[in-house]
Design a protein. Structure first.
Length: 393
């Protein structure tokens, strides 16, 4: 640890002053000399319940860690890191940049420069800033054990948290492309809702962040999960959120603006898509999990495709691909514009496809129908659960 110097005190004084006179933009910390994995860190201002706080994001090789402090605690925390964990700190303020660096012999040097950034961005509201469409301290995330009591994502739940954030960002973007985008009321049906991570996240985003009058229904065949989720929805005061114990194809739900099915097993994805099409939903979102119906039907493709099914592993992949391509084409044939996007990184699961279907009057339904028939003939399958549900075989 390097003893505090006048130069360090001068740097910290410039830091505090920039916050006080509202010229502070950010502070970055580098030249890591601490223990453990090397990192860099950046501190910016955020509002938490309308009170400015300092948010420090530490970037490690594979993940970012975020801590939020009151202004005084944040300044003290950063002060302790400078000259110890990090040997370089730069303050970016509208009034000018100030850099404090330490030489190999730990001699401090203070450099003042003209401002690189001339205006401070508006202070991000912690819950609503783009990078924080889902703030980790949301009460439902704590109740679902994604975050701890202090609102920090638990190390074992980082992947789930990223999946939730990514899902909400995707829905938020797609919603704007649909007719329901501007509607003050929204109904959502989530089929195969499981423990409800994404259902709670979507409800919270629509009702709390977007302030929509929404009704979200999770459909789940496991009664214990339904009981748990209904209890939690009540506890959190989520009056528009409820869960129904039902098989995907037998739900009592009749209508929906948005239908989602995320990693619902096997043909539950097809049941969800069929429900969405029949209900004339504006948006259908499905991350397929598995489908076992097609693999045994792909033994007799046209000659040109025989090489694709010669090896069992490729045959299974071919079955997954044909299943999902057929789903996408059937959605188009039903009047939906389809986008196929990556849902979560393949680092976590190979089931990373999200099929997004947006109701559209301009999609070429006949072309999609022909393409579906061609796919069927060339790959050799005779029945597909979604087509059967739509009576389109
Ligand atoms: C892998 S979990 C996914 C949960 C949640 N959608 C998510 O992505 O976090 C799949 C859930 O779908 C439910 N499920 C599977 N088949 C179903 C069906 N036919 N009807 C209703 N629920 C079903 C399972 O019980 C399980 O809870």
């Amino acid at each position: 640890m390097i003893a505090p110097t006048n130069k360090k005190s001068e740097f910290i004084a410039a830091f505090s002053e920039a916050i006080e006179n509202k010229t502070f933009i950010r502070i970055s910390l580098g030249k890591f000399r601490g223990q453990g994995e090397p990192s860099k860190a950046v501190a910016t201002l955020v509002l938490l319940k309308d009170v400015p706080h300092l948010k420090l994001v530490t970037s490690l090789a594979r993940k970012d860690e975020t801590k939020t402090f009151s202004i005084n605690d944040g300044i003290n925390h950063i002060k302790a890191k400078i000259g110890d964990t990090y040997l370089s700190a730069t303050l970016f303020a509208a009034s000018g940049d100030v850099t404090l660096t330490y030489s190999r012999k730990r001699e401090p040097q203070l450099i003042k420069n003209k401002a690189t950034l001339t205006s401070a961005p508006p202070v991000a509201e912690h819950n609503r800033a783009k990078a924080y469409l889902v703030a980790p301290d949301r009460p439902y995330l704590q109740a679902l054990q994604v975050s701890d009591g202090e609102g920090r994502v638990k190390p074992s739940m980082q992947g789930k948290y990223r999946q939730i954030c990514h899902f909400i960002e995707i829905v938020d973007g797609l919603l704007k492309e649909t007719e329901a985008g501007e509607s003050p009321t929204l109904s959502v049906v989530d089929i195969g809702s499981g423990k409800g991570y994404l259902t709670f996240a979507l409800y919270d985003h629509l009702a709390t962040a977007l302030k929509r009058d929404c009704r979200v229904t999770g459909i789940e065949m496991r009664g214990d999960l339904v009981q748990f989720c209904n209890g939690l929805a009540r506890e959190l005061g989520f009056s528009g959120l409820s869960f129904e114990a039902s098989e995907a194809g037998k739900t009592s739900a009749k209508s929906a603006d948005i239908v989602i099915a995320l990693h619902a097993c096997d043909t539950a994805t097809d049941d969800a898509m069929a429900f969405g099409i029949t209900a004339d939903a504006n948006l259908i979102l499905a991350a397929p999990c598995c489908q076992h119906e097609l693999a045994p039907q792909l033994d007799e493709p046209i000659d040109g495709l025989k090489g694709l099914i010669k090896y069992p592993l490729f045959k299974q992949r071919q079955a997954d691909l044909v299943t999902d391509a057929a789903r996408a084409l059937l959605l188009e044939a039903s009047g939906y514009k389809v986008k196929v996007i990556e849902f979560v990184s393949t680092e976590h699961t190979s089931k990373n496809i999200l099929i997004a279907a947006i109701k559209s009057a301009t999609v070429d339904r006949d072309l999609a129908r022909r393409q579906y028939q061609n796919l069927k003939t060339s790959t050799g399958f005779s029945t597909h659960h979604l087509a059967s549900q739509l009576k389109d075989d």
